[in-house]
Design a protein around this ligand. Structure first.
Ligand code: CMX
Length: 133
């Protein structure tokens, strides 16, 4: 079962520059920056109520986010939902015909298990599932 929106991911070219808007103008609590080597990105988290804004910046031109920035520019990149059982959710979604990017979870920020569902399955919205470690 999906529990809540864990975060909304926003693709950016410069984390420090964009952080000024979320931290200083909107006044969100800044939770820090982390590199997610597996995804070839650097991410910054901001807390807003029970959810988060995640700034995502590529660390390599090979990153999926670098390709997205090239094609679409900066802006909303994905929506991530929290679950307590990511394997069961992936199995359920696959059985119901969703196109999975990741058949098995990968390692995301804060050691969470993550997996993506292809935007072609969801009217153009890249969807992520996340299970906290
Ligand atoms: N939102 C909406 N559509 C997207 C998208 C996104 N974020 N990223 C790609 N697409 C679309 C493309 O526009 C393209 O559409 P068209 O065929 O209509 O032009 C289609 O998906 C295929 O895109 P592509 O550029 O050819 O790229 P790939 O097929 O190689 O990869 C995807 C697409 C979704 C599989 C890849 O971007 C991916 O694996 N993403 C998940 C990983 C990721 O984004 N990690 C970073 C986040 C890190 C984190 O939060 O921890």
């Amino acid at each position: 079962m999906l529990k809540k929106i864990d975060h909304i991911g926003i693709a950016v070219k410069d984390i420090e520059e964009t952080a000024k808007f979320y931290r200083d103008l909107l006044g969100m609590k800044f939770l820090g920056v982390e590199e997610v080597a597996d995804q070839k990105v650097k991410v910054a988290f901001f807390e807003i109520g029970e959810t988060h804004i995640e700034l995502v910046c590529p660390t390599s031109p090979e990153s999926a986010v670098a390709k997205h920035l090239e094609k679409k520019g900066e802006g909303i990149h994905h929506i991530c939902y929290a679950t307590d059982d990511i394997e069961a959710e992936l199995a359920r979604l696959k059985e119901q015909g969703a196109r999975l990017v990741d058949e098995k979870p990968r390692l995301g920020a804060h050691g969470a298990k993550i997996a993506f569902i292809h935007p072609k399955s969801s009217k153009g919205v890249l969807t992520e599932l996340s299970q906290k470690s």
